[in-house]
Design a protein around this ligand. Sequence first.
Ligand SMILES: O=C(CO)[C@@H](O)[C@H](O)COP(=O)(O)O
Length: 157
Amino acid sequence: MVTNPLDYVEPLGKAGASGFTFHVEASRENWRELIQRIKSKGMKPGVALKPGTPIEEVYPLIECENPVEMVLVMTVEPGFGGQKFMLDMMDKVKTLRKKYPSLDIEVDGGLGPSTIEMAASAGANCIVAGSSVFGAPEPAHVISLFKKSVEEAQKNN
Ligand SMILES: O=C(CO)[C@@H](O)[C@H](O)COP(=O)(O)O
């Protein structure tokens, strides 16, 4: 998380990033400008929210004329890897999936073989994972499991 995301749009665009996700907590005053700038640099805009931030805060960014294309529900406090998955964040994911059936919904923090089903069945379709992949004897196996869980959950919804 950065406190001044606008400062990073230009350099990340130049570096070739395909997406740019900013925290709603850091952009309450300027999210419209941020989305517009991110898109103007050819990147996909996303908004992230911390565990303590109510989901309603991101609705205006999804329902405006020039909306974000992805919402990242943090399932740990931002800061570092290896934290415990916060199951109670799945209510946010379920609420978003019900309200926006085709929205990309990402989860980040504590995702691994023992938590992926909970996230996928709640409606998450983009998975960020650190320790469970990089600490696995076969990282590709864990990534395949994530993909399979998301695909299965999508079939059942
Ligand atoms: O950057 C963050 C948290 O700030 C996350 O991306 C975590 O780093 C994910 O790591 P794991 O929980 O998967 O280890």
